[in-house]
Design a protein around this ligand. Structure first.
Ligand code: GDP
Length: 229
């Protein structure tokens, strides 16, 4: 008889710590931060909830009364690392007024270019839609500023809602996206748990944290003074 072990949770704790509609209202960072951005409805809240291993910690944009703000979620991983996920307000609403767009741009721009703890930006695109103008503008916003004048942000590009395409369609869409973006892109779906694990691994490797074996039964790594003795 074969027995499958349930997946070992990666996240020990996850909590909402702050929300801010203006960048200057954000509290000083306590850990390194990873920002998540994308068009409204791209699946950002769903992806963040999946990474946080919580059902509804991150509110979806369709939640009534959901304000346009940056929300911070502090996470402790099983291996004891602490990091903060930042949910950036979605873009691409046709009905936004000029002043609302301006406020959004100011908030995002200040956060992405001035937040010293920002280590990575996870940019999300719907696998069926590909990279659109606003997605390109977001990437350009970060990349057009010389590295010395902004935090050294790792950009991780993710195609969401992979399950909406069949296997062969997926392959074609992902190849097209790779060409369009001239950079690697990871596929993700709330319905495909293996993609959650792949995204976690990619993120942690890029951030160079939690790079020890993820086996909970493994002995703890020696502290540096012991290791050198
Ligand atoms: P947000 O506006 O970017 O935060 O998007 P949401 O996370 O609220 O998702 C928008 C809609 O897409 C919701 O109806 C989700 O249930 C759905 N959705 C999100 N991710 C996936 C996915 O990976 N697969 C499928 N089939 N639906 C998804």
């Amino acid at each position: 008889m074969s027995r499958t072990n349930p997946p070992v949770p990666r996240v020990v704790s996850a909590e909402f710590t702050a929300g801010a509609a203006r960048a200057e209202q954000l509290p000083p960072p306590k850990t390194i931060e990873v920002a998540f951005a994308g068009r409204s409805n791209v699946g950002k809240s769903s992806l963040m909830n999946a990474l946080l291993e919580r059902k509804k910690l991150v509110r979806t944009s369709s939640t009534p009364g959901c304000t346009r703000q940056i929300s911070l979620f502090e996470v402790t991983t099983r291996l004891g690392s602490r990091l903060t996920l930042a949910d950036l307000p979605g873009y691409g609403y046709a009905k936004r007024s000029h002043s609302e767009r301006r406020e959004w741009a100011d908030l995002i721009q200040t956060y992405l270019l001035k937040r010293p703890a920002l280590a990575a930006l996870v940019a999300l695109v719907d696998v069926r839609r590909g990279l659109q103008n606003e997605d390109e503008q977001l990437l350009e916003l970060v990349e057009s500023v010389p590295k010395k004048q902004r935090p050294p942000v790792e950009i991780v590009l993710v195609a969401t809602k992979l399950d909406k395409l069949s296997g062969s369609e997926r392959k074609v869409a992902m190849n097209q996206l790779k060409k369009q973006c001239s950079r690697p892109i990871l596929g993700f779906s709330t319905e495909l748990p293996e993609t959650h694990e792949l995204l976690w691994r990619q993120l942690l490797a890029r951030l160079d944290i939690d790079q020890r074996p993820a086996d909970p039964a493994a002995p703890p790594a020696p502290v540096p003074s012991e290791a050198g003795a």
